[in-house]
Design a protein around this ligand. Structure first.
Ligand SMILES: Cc1ncc(COP(=O)(O)O)c(C=O)c1O
Length: 477
């Protein structure tokens, strides 16, 4: 391994080599058994005499930091203690402090938790249904020298073939009319929201969000210095009359409100578009899981009702494929297109190309449509089973919010059962059943004050649902 030694402006060259190598050994950059470079090579690379390097090595050897095997080189000794942080490191940690907003933003624990046997936690698709073979083949086709070519940076808007395939897909599946140029590929919804917010708003401006709502974007918007306006939702979705007139941007989940699960009524959709026109505001439509709709009439995306170019549509492949791919997209109105390309460019230049190209082939050859059909039929069974059992067996404790889409349903605690929720969840957890409380997952003041549970059915095998809910039922007593 190359050890970095710097002799710039130093006098005692041999002593300096000794000190820097000793420090590298003690702080673990050089580990027991690692070889040190031969004195001849080190001397050449530092432009010092070989004797200078040898003196430093002799000192390290004399103090037991290294072992020298004649003819076989010099190695870090096997038993060297790790150094505690010295005065320098301690001073550094004290003097550099992040902005205070980072103190109030937590990392999501779900990403690091082990899965439970009866896992009703939300936010997870069924990873066992992912088409691994096909995906491996498509990805490895992208990693050939003749495909990669000169490995030039790509256009920030993303892989042209994928943008075209997405434009076609949402045209067919959602009736959203978009050209290739309107589509910008992002690292999931979360980056899409970052690009949009930075394109449109300056720190100090107001963004309206649903209350309760999806939590990660709320943290993102706060980190960008935006002011959050919490707007309540009822069984028709966002209450448009409660929007503050100074909101420049409104972030909503109209097809399947997150976390409660209802759809936004047509009347409210039209009222929201009118409000945006009157207040010169933009709307972000997060259409994160509408591929999975199990009944009722398909709802018009806001974007198809929009006649004045105020709606920015956001889609994700986290539910239809798997979230670790980090692939999502924006459909931008023409007036924002160029600025969004630039906002994406300054964030990360562009999303990694091989995954985008693999997804383009997956969409183009019909695999994606087949995959969705398969998932829909699996998730529909789970949705129906969970809904049926909750209505039948939990009627005294929970009131189900009607929902016919997505990968979770939400149930609010009846007032007389609210106090029993935490204990019941603890007992259920001891029996291998994990369910998220609304307060833990939903963002916003009203999520915290509304006792309820969210039942995800993405990660739980269908045959575990009945037993999982039976155990939860028993935990309520
Ligand atoms: C409301 C909402 N939007 C979007 C997403 C997907 O986010 P991403 O594409 O960043 O993985 C989720 C995932 O749980 C979600 O609940």
């Amino acid at each position: 391994m190359e050890v970095h030694v710097s002799l710039t402006g130093r006098d005692d060259l041999s002593g300096e080599i000794y000190r820097q190598l000793r420090r590298a050994i003690l702080d673990g950059r050089l580990r027991p058994g690692d070889p040190l470079p031969p004195t001849r090579d080190l001397a050449r690379s530092l432009s010092v005499s070989r004797n200078t390097a040898t003196v430093a090595y002799d000192r390290l050897f004399g103090e037991g930091f290294v072992t020298a095997r004649t003819g076989a080189g010099t190695y870090v000794s096997e038993h060297v203690p790790q150094m505690r942080p010295g005065p320098l490191e301690r001073r550094e940690t004290k003097s550099l402090q992040p902005r205070s907003v980072w103190g109030s933003i937590q990392l999501p624990t779900i990403a690091f938790e082990r899965l439970a046997i009866f896992d009703f936690r939300t936010g997870l698709p069924d990873a066992s249904l992912f088409p691994y073979e096909t995906w491996r083949r498509l990805l490895s086709e992208q990693m050939r020298a003749e495909v990669v070519g000169k490995a030039l940076y790509a256009h920030p808007a993303g892989h042209e073939g994928l943008r075209a395939a997405i434009a076609r897909h949402i045209g067919v599946a959602r009736g959203v009319q978009a050209t290739t140029d309107d589509v910008l590929i992002t690292g999931g919804t979360q980056q899409a929201l970052d690009v949009i917010a930075r394109t449109l708003l300056a720190p100090g401006e107001t963004i309206a969000v649903e209350d309760p709502g999806y939590a990660p974007p709320r943290s993102l918007f706060r980190s960008l210095g935006l002011v959050l306006a919490n707007v309540p939702v009822d069984n028709e979705g966002l209450i448009v009359d409660r929007l503050p007139s100074d909101a420049r941007l409104v972030y909503i989940t109209p097809s399947h409100q997150y976390p409660l699960g209802m759809s936004m009524s047509l009347q409210r959709r039209l009222a929201l578009l009118e409000w945006a026109d009157e207040n010169d505001a933009a709307i972000i439509e997060d259409d994160y899981d509408s591929e999975f709709r199990f009944g009722g009439r398909p709802l018009e995306p806001l974007m198809t009702l929009d006649t004045s170019g105020r709606v920015i549509y956001v889609g994700s492949f986290s539910k239809t494929l798997i979230p670790i791919l980090r692939l999502g997209f924006i459909v931008t109105p023409p007036s924002l297109r160029e600025a969004m390309y630039r906002a994406k460019y300054v964030a990360d230049w562009h999303t990694a190309t091989p995954g985008q190209a693999a997804l383009a082939s997956f969409l183009d050859d019909g695999s994606f449509a087949r995959h969705i059909r398969k998932l829909r039929s699996v998730y529909e069974k789970r949705h129906d089973l969970v809904t049926r059992i909750l209505t039948r067996d939990f009627n005294n404790e929970l009131e189900l919010v009607p929902s016919v889409a997505g990968l979770h349903v939400t149930a609010l605690a009846r007032p007389e059962a609210a106090d029993r929720l935490p204990d019941a969840l603890r007992r259920a957890s001891a029996q291998g059943v994990e369910v998220h409380e609304l307060a833990r997952i939903g963002g916003g003041p009203s999520a915290r004050s509304r006792p309820g549970l969210m039942f995800g059915y993405g990660a739980i095998p269908t045959e575990h649902i009945e037993e999982g809910l039976r155990r939860l039922r028993a935990a309520f007593g």
